[in-house]
Design a protein around this ligand. Sequence first.
Ligand code: G3P
Ligand code: CA
Length: 285
Amino acid sequence: MPTPREAIKVIAHRGASADVPEHTLAAYRKAIEDGADGLECDVRLTSDGHLVCVHDRRVNRTSNGRGAVSALELADLAGLDFGSWKDTTRVGPVGPGAGRDTAVPVPPVSERPQWDAERTSVLTLERLLELVSDAGRRVELAIETKHPTRWAGQVEERLMTLLHRFGLAAPASAAASPVRVMSFSARSLHRVRAASPHLPTVQLMQFVGVRHRDGRLPPGVGISGPSIRILRGHPSYVEQVHRAGNRVHVWTVDEPADVALCADLGVDAVITNRPRAVLEQLGRG
Ligand code: G3P
Ligand code: CA
């Protein structure tokens, strides 16, 4: 069944990342303030076993450092500035020359004012789970495991350990769970399902393989995560997924025409960098 437009979930992609540096605590706080139904984050494992919210394999684009997340320790990441590449409003050494290829000196996190630290510091998944737990309302969290990585299945092991600690690893049912795990890697989702059969999983897709064109998904997966490009080219895919008894969470839906398309098709959730604008367009502003 198509989802009515007011019931479409709006999920903030990397936080309110059109406005605030992606994957920072400030970006997620803003998304919650904006009224997002949920938050999306990418997770990677550091060399000393911490899950951090970073999209790229390397830190070069979103910080003033260099190197692969998987080869750095959390303390290394904590010394970097993950905000200035985007944020021209913060006090400090920004402007010409302070781009992604320039090492911008920033004070250690402990010496940064709090508002600044929240816009510039690496975010652990643990801290993000605390934010969600303390939100005072239901906030969904869509956690994307990034593969391939040298740490392979340890990513899911650490993830399950953390979810256990927050009492989120073994929901009574998929519908009751505020957390879901997404991945382009079917193997990653398989590991999650083996550890926690009721935790919802989302199979992300850049294209729809022949076996899945009828809306079916790998065993145990209940949500399809197509790119918006797939729906532009094949809008009937949404109906196929719904007919197969599954749901559709689309990424990354920023353009008003794309929001309108998703609303017309009755998808179940849109994942967007602009949660406030999308909520307004869906009549929930
Ligand atoms: O929400 C899914 C979407 O985030 C997948 O693509 O590259 O932005 O992680 P990416
Ligand atoms: Ca992602």
